[in-house]
Design a protein around this ligand. Structure first.
Ligand code: GLN
Length: 483
């Protein structure tokens, strides 16, 4: 039985009617991990014994009729989500041996739902990057083509699900880190509305932008995880009540939706195959009843510079805590306290993280705040207003997720060039909006994804539209050869 190709709905059924046990399912995925992981480096931690133990407990709960909604379903967590079962490294030398003394709210919710945590996924260091090349734990290879990056920063989660090492994984998205790797690895990935999923126990990059979300084969699979992780949490002051049954919403007839097409799209230098896939996606959406309106939107061009000021500013503050004294790596042989701070940070952080910290410190410094940080914040307000105006004309906005197909390792010598690949994904973070990337075509043998952005707390509508799209297309069923 091809369990790794089964939907979560199907796996739940098989577990419920006792066709398989949680132990059997977990062993099945453990075998896949042991066979495939050495080729793609998608995981930072994995422990068969821990996974098997959780699976046995799951089977016991089932035998006592105490099953949770995703009882026995295996999951991989991105390695910046704290879990006491494994280390939480953030892909950094700074935290390479760190084990959190507590679980994140998301891990607690997954545990309570009965899920089996198989391990933690590789990622760009502190979630800063678009290619997974900044990880201290080495590059992740894209299962579709080992010479290409899987995207980032949730590249490990994306590669793992593309190679079907688990039915589902979490990612985190600050400027596109769920959607861009989902697009590069042929997955569906949802960045929820800011506040829909608790950030308690998510190691912070840029707190006003970070959100955890699901990465999986289909919108339906994502909806199953959203039902578990979308819960108001008193420990996260930005967490909001969003009480909805995501799986029930899927099957509702699709509303008569109006989709906004940015007039500016042709000015963004789209790769030809991406442009063709975009047109094809429009036609497929039209076939399921969508209407289109042209919209005038500046947020994409303006979002990029604003993000690369706001995100480093917040990161410089959030990462100040890693100084060798309290958490993580401490350099040997320092003679003074200041030297210890300096050496620990110099040796513990990689180049990209240092670049962001230095940028952030600069834009927040006295005399420059007004020119940079405050200006970026006010730009952000303009973007929010622009989106609210646009959502009076349409329900969703369609763009490619990325303007290019997955790129090769070491493709960019100038980091600013790589930042350009976040053009379409960043505005959703700056404005707290939900956005989804879904499978929409290929460039030769490399996957391409499209993005729909919705208004606040319309995550369920995004999933509903993509679910209907997926019932009429087969891009999401394509898997990489040899996996
Ligand atoms: N690629 C973007 C960056 O490098 C986004 C990262 C993210 O969403 N975590 O900042």
């Amino acid at each position: 039985m091809d369990l790794h190709l089964s939907s979560i709905k199907k796996l739940i059924l098989l577990l419920e009617n006792r066709s398989i046990s949680s132990l059997e399912l977990t062993e099945y995925f453990c075998n896949r991990i042991e066979q495939i992981q050495p080729n793609i480096n998608a995981l930072i931690s994995y422990d068969r014994d821990i996974a098997i133990e959780s699976a046995k407990q799951s089977d016991q709960r089932r035998s006592k009729q105490r099953s949770g909604p995703l009882e026995g379903i295996p999951i991989l967590q991105k390695d910046l989500i704290c879990s006491t079962k494994y280390t939480t490294t953030c892909g950094s030398k700074m935290l390479k041996d760190y084990t959190s003394p507590y679980n994140s709210y998301v891990v607690n919710l997954c545990d309570a739902a009965g899920m089996v945590e198989l391990g933690k996924t590789n990622m760009d260091e502190f979630a800063m990057g678009s290619s997974n090349e900044t990880s201290y734990f080495g590059n992740v290879l894209n299962p579709w083509d080992h010479s290409k990056v899987p995207g980032g920063s949730s590249g490990g989660s994306a590669a793992a699900i593309a190679a079907r090492l688990a039915p589902i994984a979490t990612g985190s998205d600050t400027g596109g880190s769920i959607r861009q790797p989902a697009s590069f690895c042929n997955l569906t990935g949802l960045k929820p509305t800011y506040g829909a999923v608790s950030r308690y126990g998510l190691i912070a990059f840029a707190s006003s932008l970070d959100q955890i979300g699901p990465m999986a084969q289909t919108a339906e699979d994502c909806a199953y995880l959203m039902n578990v992780i979308c819960r108001k949490d008193v420990k996260d002051s930005t967490s909001k009540e969003y009480d909805i049954d995501f799986t029930q919403e899927l099957d509702k007839k699709m509303d008569k939706i109006k989709v906004g097409i940015p007039k500016q799209i042709s000015t963004f230098n789209l790769n030809l195959d991406v442009e063709n896939a975009f047109m094809q996606t429009k036609r497929s959406l039209e076939n399921i009843g969508a209407e289109f309106v042209d919209i005038d939107i500046n947020s994409f061009e303006l979002g990029l510079p604003a993000y690369y000021i706001i995100a480093p500013a917040e990161c410089s503050s959030n990462l100040a805590r890693y100084n060798g004294a309290l958490f993580g790596y401490r350099a040997d042989d320092s003679t003074t306290l200041n030297e210890m701070y300096k050496n620990s940070r110099t040796e513990g952080f990689g180049d990209e993280v240092k670049r962001r910290i230095i940028t952030g410190t600069f834009v927040l410094s006295k005399g420059f705040q007004g020119q940079y940080y405050k200006k970026a914040l006010s730009l952000c307000m303009d973007l929010r207003n622009e989106f609210q105006k646009i959502f009076k004309q349409c329900d969703f906005i369609l763009t490619p997720t990325v303007s290019i197909p997955p790129f090769s390792f070491n493709a960019y010598t100038n980091p600013v060039e790589m930042y350009q690949s976040d053009l379409f994904t960043i505005p959703a973070n700056l404005c707290g909006l939900p956005a989804i990337s879904f499978q929409s075509g290929f460039s030769d043998a490399l996957p391409l994804g499209m993005q729909l952005i919705g208004n606040h707390f319309e995550d369920h509508r995004l999933l509903n539209v993509v679910h209907h799209f997926q019932q009429n297309t087969d891009w999401h069923l394509k898997t990489p050869k040899d996996y």
